[in-house]
Design a protein. Sequence first.
Length: 212
Amino acid sequence: MAGETLELKDLIVEDSLGARISQYWHSWNISRQKRVDEWKEIRNYIYATDTSHTTNSSLPWKNTTHIPKVCQIRDNLYANYMASMFPKRKWMIWEGDSEEDQEKQDTISNYMQWVVSQRSFKEEMGKLVLDYIDYGICIGTVEWCDERVERPGGMQVGYVGPKLRRINPVDIVFNPVASSFQNSPKRALRGSSLNSSSCFLKLPPSNIVPSK
């Protein structure tokens, strides 16, 4: 299927590989510029304090008063979505295939209830809900996290396990001619420090054409 593979043939040198990946990023990013401009306009209206920074600034009116109705609608949607998604503390269950799976069901349910009760999970879910409201799409992935810290006196206890990570829709590009988001090669920006960012390539296993 067109657009579902990323060809990186004969690229053994790391600089050449990085350059080719950057070319894909640039090409796919240009393909979505119209949508990005629409997202920027929506964000400007959400956070506007006056009309001077919105598309209404081109109108010949002296009055720049702005009534934040878009922001109010956004806040109401966010509150309703979060209340509906998490109506109670124990909102998630896991059902086994047979009655013999009862012990397994209890173990998995208890563990996952503990995982989703972590503050970071709800914070990331809140960001995803806002992405869905603002951009019409939300993208997340699961990472294995080990927050233990090695100290001179031994290992400091920290969270170890799966962790939800939100991907900003502005920071990810994919092939627009692919049959689906799932099958398309993807490339996302990921911050590595306050002053720099690193890029990582996230591809389904079958989408990589190996070097010869």
